[in-house]
Design a protein around this ligand. Structure first.
Ligand SMILES: O=C(O)c1cc(C(=O)O)c2c(n1)C(=O)C(=O)c1cc(C(=O)O)[nH]c1-2
Length: 256
């Protein structure tokens, strides 16, 4: 059993993992948010990050398939609805494809996931497998990087609007919407982990799960940096900088 002060210390330990390891500090994000990316680099990020987006509802479905407690399923299932949405209006995935269009990519190309870097696939697939296989408290703990996501989403909205001609509210709707959704998810997830990681061993395992997830996020950006910032390093199968580009966005284009 854990005491209240134990719980507090564990909470602080989880927050410290974000301070040390969250991907807001990755050099690729520093470039992206500071206006230092070329359009090819922005597009590479949109293409690769789509793979993460596309797998989030699949990992949440894997999680749900393992929950025996109906209350837990009720609390969790909105995550799938946030990303998939309804038949007509769609959700986060469709909003991501609007960003793809805004940066001049064919959304069908992005949705095909052709051109996604091998290391992106490995990292994201490892996250889905982790959630499918590990104890529930570790699976929930692995989602707690979202504790740190509202800050990065706000920085991204401000940075993209300031530095890139393609960026407007329609293009960035995905991030604006996450600012509403993520705090609710993370409030539930954090309370669940603080309550259920009630031994030192479970706390260690939950902290390791959160650390693993920061690695999943960091590796995706390492893959992008290696392929599209370092000249001549696109691996076999990676987007070539041309496929799926349908137009160059201009500053004078009217917003949708
Ligand atoms: O832009 C980001 O940096 C970022 C990070 C994360 C995250 O920390 O895992 C998520 C998201 N965005 C996001 O939009 C999202 O829907 C999401 C779901 C999850 C998850 O693990 O269930 N993480 C994230």
């Amino acid at each position: 059993m854990t005491t209240a002060s134990d719980k507090q210390a564990f909470h602080a330990r989880l927050l410290e993992i974000g301070t040390q390891r969250y991907h807001d500090k990755h050099p690729f994000h520093v470039m992206l948010h500071g206006g230092g990316c070329t359009m090819t680099q922005v597009r590479a990020w949109v293409i690769n990050r789509y793979y993460y987006q596309s797998r989030i509802p699949m990992k949440d479905a894997a999680f749900l398939s393992r929950c025996e407690d109906p209350q837990l399923r009720r609390a969790w299932r909105s995550r799938i609805e946030d990303h998939d949405g309804g038949m007509d209006e769609g959700g986060g995935i469709r909003r991501w494809l609007r960003l793809a269009e805004a940066v001049g990519l064919d959304p069908a190309y992005v949705a095909s996931t052709r051109g996604v870097l091998p290391a992106t696939r490995f990292a994201v697939d490892a996250y889905v497998a982790f959630v499918r296989e590990k104890p529930l408290v570790e699976a929930v703990a692995s989602s707690l990087t979202e504790l740190f996501a509202p800050k990065i989403h706000s920085e991204r909205i401000a940075g993209l609007l300031e530095h890139y001609a393609f960026a407007d509210e329609a293009a960035l709707a995905y991030f604006r919407q996450r600012l509403n959704e993520a705090p609710r998810d993370v409030e539930f997830g954090l309370a669940y982990v603080l309550d259920h990681a009630d031994t030192r061993e479970k706390q260690d395992a939950a902290a390791a799960a959160l650390t693993f997830k920061t690695d999943v996020l960091w590796s995706q950006l390492d893959a992008l940096y290696s392929a599209y910032v370092t000249p001549g390093r696109i691996p076999p199968g990676g987007w070539d900088g041309r496929e799926g580009v349908v137009r160059e966005p201009t500053a004078t284009e009217p917003a949708e």
